[in-house]
Ligand binder design. Structure first.
Ligand SMILES: Cc1cc2nc3c(=O)[nH]c(=O)nc-3n(C[C@H](O)[C@H](O)[C@H](O)COP(=O)(O)OP(=O)(O)OC[C@H]3O[C@@H](n4cnc5c(N)ncnc54)[C@H](O)[C@@H]3O)c2cc1C
Length: 473
């Protein structure tokens, strides 16, 4: 099957009987529900984009059909660059606000399957299941949500769950059909809005009941997605330019004695593999490459937004405004330089993939959780009261329009265009949608201080210490 269109994605979703809960109700018609229809339409538009530009697809090694580049196993630097172009083309549709456009999980699955040999010959590990699943996903262009962490009950290093009923999802039985999972997981962005869910254990496991990895269809019996409150305030793209289209939702995932068929189990009851597979695999460099590619587009978007505000109310002449704009540009140029360095220094790895250099990507992803809040803050500082003087489209269609036209005009924009711009800035940085964006960038990949520590631990710092030794000698 070639890369899918938006229609295929939507129809597939419509045909699944997913148990998705929102606001105290089980949702029957997910694709037309006010909380989800905007993002589903945007995801569909992404799939359609695959058919508009050649670099979005490549030839399937099995059928020769054009299939999505997010599944491509890069073996040359050109492949790597094509992957970046694909990620950025998709990211442009949402200003980088869709963290879980399909390329995110497709990339992760590609890295896991490429690293399947790490499972070979290991107890309770099924490398071929992982490879078969990747190939199926690639050929069918499946969409995914995922959950990699346990519920936030007690994060003390000394905590050991001793609840009678499981809280964190664990293996409670093993049958002819497969492993049986009971308990819950956090936090599936787009949970219930995709064909399948991929589940991997978090690291640091000591009890083999928590050691597993698998993928199952989103409508598997006993699988429940409980979505948080929606941040969609309305359908108008004028009033809610981002949340009406890109509100991804985040879900608690509940496994109520879910049977995971054997052919979908990648490994189980193996704590060593559970604790090492992600780090030893090709996961990190390629996932970070996808992330940084998107964050560059997001930064582009936020800079464009900031400069449009500066221009609208004519504040270019103030030195602190110029400094703040320079701060934003510094972030963008730094991120771009880091990804180019990672690509230039890419080398073929043990899995025969063209692996980007890890350190610059780790630097970028350690930097961004800190600076993304500052990028938002700069937009708030530039926009000031303009970010709350935001009447709605309905106001512009009422008898007070003449007042609004007169009093809300700006140096370079008429009132309606000015309010549209400031509503976009509000939705990007101040609305519930905008605040979640900041929280997302801080945490979606894990605790930011942990990521920074990983950079230090993995960094080849001998070059620098040798230099000092030579200097002293
Ligand atoms: C918007 C959003 C979307 C997300 N989407 C997904 C998704 O789709 N799939 C998915 O699997 N996950 C997702 N996540 C979850 C993400 O992986 C976690 O937020 C992240 O791993 C941090 O875990 P936590 O939220 O449980 O925080 P915790 O680990 O509970 O941390 C809370 C605080 O305690 C500190 N802390 C906790 N443990 C330690 C420790 N051992 N050492 C030092 N400090 C510690 C942290 O620094 C932090 O300040 C998402 C998160 C957000 C915010």
């Amino acid at each position: 099957m070639p890369a899918i269109t938006g229609n295929v994605y939507t129809h597939r979703l419509q045909n699944l009987k997913i148990e998705l809960w929102h606001n105290g109700q089980r949702i029957d018609d997910i694709i037309n529900h006010s909380a989800f229809k905007g993002v589903i339409k945007s995801q569909a538009a992404l799939y359609d984009l695959q058919h508009k530009k050649d670099f979005m697809t490549y030839r399937s090694p099995v059928t020769g059909h054009p299939i999505g580049v997010s599944y491509l196993q890069p073996v040359t630097k050109e492949d790597l660059i094509q992957r970046r172009k694909m990620v950025q083309e998709w990211a442009k549709l949402s200003g980088g606000m869709l963290g879980r456009s399909p390329d995110y999980m497709n990339t992760i699955l590609m890295t896991f399957a490429s690293s399947a040999k790490l499972l070979s010959g290991k107890e309770n590990c099924f490398p071929q299941h992982l490879i078969d699943f990747y190939e199926k996903a690639r050929e069918k262009d499946l969409s995914f949500t995922h959950t990699f962490i346990n519920p936030q009950v007690n994060r003390s290093a000394l905590y050991f769950e001793d609840s009678k009923e499981p809280i964190a999802a664990k293996i409670v039985n093993e049958t002819k059909e497969g492993i049986v999972i009971k308990g819950a997981r956090l936090l599936a962005t787009q949970g219930g809005l995709t064909d399948e869910i991929i589940v991997f254990s978090p690291g640091g496991i000591t009890d083999k009941a928590y050691a597993f990895a698998f993928a199952i269809p989103s409508d598997t019996k006993g699988l429940k997605f409980i979505s948080r409150d929606s941040f969609v305030d309305g359908e108008s793209a004028y009033d809610y330019p981002l949340s009406s289209r890109f509100e991804e939702s985040d879900s608690l995932v509940v496994f109520d004695d879910v049977v995971v068929p054997w052919d979908r189990v990648f490994f189980y009851h193996n704590t060593e593999i559970s604790n090492t597979f992600k780090n030893d695999s090709a996961f990190l460099p390629f996932t970070l490459h996808q992330i940084v590619s998107r964050q560059i587009i997001k930064t582009d978007f936020l800079i464009g937004l900031a400069e449009s505000i500066v221009d609208a109310i004519n504040i270019q002449e103030y030195p602190h405004v110029q400094e703040m704009m320079a701060e934003m540009i510094t972030v963008l140029e730094t991120m771009e330089a880091l990804i180019i360095k990672a690509e230039v220094n890419a080398e073929t790895d043990e899995f025969a993939l063209m692996r980007p250099e890890l350190a610059p990507l780790q630097v970028a992803t350690a930097l961004y959780p800190k600076v993304c809040a500052r990028l938002s803050e700069i937009i708030q500082l530039l926009g000031s009261s303009g970010l709350v003087s935001i009447p709605t489209e309905a106001d512009f269609e009422s008898e007070i329009k003449t007042d609004l036209d007169q009093y809300l005009q700006s140096a370079t924009l008429n009132a309606k265009d000015r309010v549209q711009l400031f509503r976009l800035a509000w939705d990007a940085t101040m609305s519930a949608f905008g605040s979640r964006q900041t929280q997302y960038e801080r945490f979606f990949l894990g605790n930011p201080n942990h990521l920074a520590r990983e950079l230090y631990k993995n960094y080849d710092i001998k070059k620098q210490t040798d230099y000092v030794k030579r200097f002293l000698g």
